[in-house]
Write a protein that binds this ligand. Sequence first.
Ligand code: SF4
Length: 329
Amino acid sequence: MIGITATVPVEIIFAAGMRPVDINNIFITSDNPSRLVSQAEAAGFSHNTCSWIKGIYSTVIARDIKEIIAVTGGDCSNTIPLAELLARNGIRIYTFHYPHDRDREGLWSQMDKLRKALGADWHDIKEVKSRLDRVRGKLKRLDYLTWREDVVSGLENHLFLVTASDFNGDPNRFENELDLFLADAEKRTPFDQKIRLGYLGVPPIFGRFYEFIESVGGRVVFNEVQRQFSMPFECDDIVNQYLEYTYPYDMAGRLRDIEQAVTQRRLHGLIHYTQTFCYRQIYDIILRQEARIPILTLEGDRPGLIDGRTCLRIETFVEMLKERQSPAI
Ligand code: SF4
């Protein structure tokens, strides 16, 4: 088992005979993620460090993860000192760095460095890529059923796509679960929420978020970053695949992706989730400058159920969008 702090080329990990575990996913789905945040604070993390970083730290210690790949470029600058701290706890650290300028050679060199460090060869990596491409194709189908057929909820879309960062460590099992889900979803009656929303930014830290949106008549039909994790790009070349992935690079790629989704998925509004103490909050300024449909910015701090104030803001936003659409809907 090898922990990952963010999406990395998992094909390399599987080809090396290892099992990737996205530490973010096991932190947030643990019995008590809030306690993990508190444990990190007890170990010395300051209040104004992002909860995801604190959660990653405590999860690595609690789950006794011995090796991790720390994404030190293209994800979060906090990961750099976090990795150094974990190394002092005896954890073996590999680093992976997405070049901010999307330089192909730079990315290839990072992938090759990781390949050598884990002991994989390119032939096996290509075979794993073909295997995962099949699963990625099914995730693309799930996404299509979300926005085109309206038979997959925002939460279901989120859960399956976000899991593509590590395929739950077992692509065969994940694919079986996905097949069962798709077979069931294809038979459903379409949902009737009229307001179609796009969710932008890192995955939400609070629970019952998607369910609440649906309870007031909206539905998320585009999970921007989670969809990026699923890499629905159909690239033959693995380096191109990770160059297409928008999240680690500048905002231009993300903006193009969002713009395309607004048109194709007929979105009425956008929700930009920002994490307290995250440098990515600054991107909210750019998103607000560029958005051509209404956008609501939310902020979450610690794990837990969605709070009343956020609920009220979402409800007001959805009501405003309904009025804008009326009498068309
Ligand atoms: S939410 Fe922001 S600060 Fe927190 S881990 Fe992610 S990128 Fe880093």
